[in-house]
Design a protein around this ligand. Sequence first.
Ligand SMILES: Cc1cc2nc3c(=O)[nH]c(=O)nc-3n(C[C@H](O)[C@H](O)[C@H](O)COP(=O)(O)OP(=O)(O)OC[C@H]3O[C@@H](n4cnc5c(N)ncnc54)[C@H](O)[C@@H]3O)c2cc1C
Length: 379
Amino acid sequence: MHAVVVGGGIAGLATAVGLGRAGWRVTVLERQPELSAAGAGILLWPNALYALDALGLGEQTVRAGVENRGDGGVRAPDGSWLSRINGADLERRLGRAAVTIHRAELHRILVAGLADGTEVRTNAEVTAVPDEGDLVVVADGIHSALRRQLAPESRIRDSGQVAWRAVTPGEFDLSAGGGETAGRGWRFGLASVGPRGVYWYAAGPGPLRTTSPADQLAELRRLFAGWHDPIPALLAAARPEQLLHHQLADLDPVPPMRYGIRIALMGDAAHAMTPNLGQGAAQALEDAVTLIADVAGGDLAGGLARYDAARRPRGARYVRDSRRAGQVFGATGRAACALRDLVLRATPGRVALAQAAKTAGWRAPALPVAQRPERGLGA
Ligand SMILES: Cc1cc2nc3c(=O)[nH]c(=O)nc-3n(C[C@H](O)[C@H](O)[C@H](O)COP(=O)(O)OP(=O)(O)OC[C@H]3O[C@@H](n4cnc5c(N)ncnc54)[C@H](O)[C@@H]3O)c2cc1C
């Protein structure tokens, strides 16, 4: 069987790894000149790690990242906890600790996991469903050219919020914990990615800025002056060229995730969500593993129907919940923020832990691995 995977991001590469391990011939079409990821960090919740385990890449990912076993959750700008979740408690609950990793490392691990013989075509922008392949996997991200054709009713929906991300090298005191800090409209998240530094993001209301990165950094330094340590120190050490700036958007409605008996949509192409729950890549990885389990045996009609039935409602739920979280944590009104903080402080820790465990709880099915002839034996 031959799969053509459109897009060499997290979803496409994970699918290519798994189908290659199952013995399929795989072609990856990526429009960029090389398979690489922008230089920021990413939080991988346990469900993402279970998916990577199923692909044989979980342990490498853990080794290349930082396991979150300390305190996390949500803090107020003065550093006091609004809602605290201990990473070790989450690990006890779900069997794995969440991991923060540099995106370039995750990409390197996925690319290294591609089976020998996987064909990767770069500088290959796809504008129509390819003719080749028993299966076409559409994994070309939120702006997917193929989804626009297959599901024109599905639109990119602006959340009215923007974000900046960076990894800033250096030593910063994170002993008080990681996670997110929420003020009025503005939020700041941080976590170590190991020797490469600290991954941080800032999010707030408004349109994409058209000012220079240096001016944007100056704006962030002004906005977050007076917030708890090490936020001002991180922003002081950040360089404009490290900044990545994004509109926060999602898809509405979530389209079908299969078309006929040959096409599967996945990842951000299918259910781009705002990053407020940190679940976009995790859901892309869940898609990949589920699709492989459903179709690797060769039953494309049944497998794609099962895939769509399992993944579309789940993707839609995360799109909805992420958007709601963005409205709560990105609230700008004084009264709305005061109420949010009151509710967060009053919510028992075990309830917050149970909510996090529900969001990140998922176990991967076992995936087939083709027997390959051992080198030096046989003909
Ligand atoms: C600010 C921010 C923070 C986030 N933080 C987290 C987090 O902490 N944890 C988490 O789980 N998720 C997070 N996410 C979400 C996560 O980044 C995405 O859900 C994930 O990258 C989606 O992967 P993908 O492979 O579906 O799409 P993409 O990563 O967008 O990959 C699509 C690929 O397809 C290629 N492509 C596009 N068009 C074409 C074409 N026409 N032909 C060929 N190739 C094409 C692109 O070049 C790209 O390589 C965050 C997102 C944002 C914006």
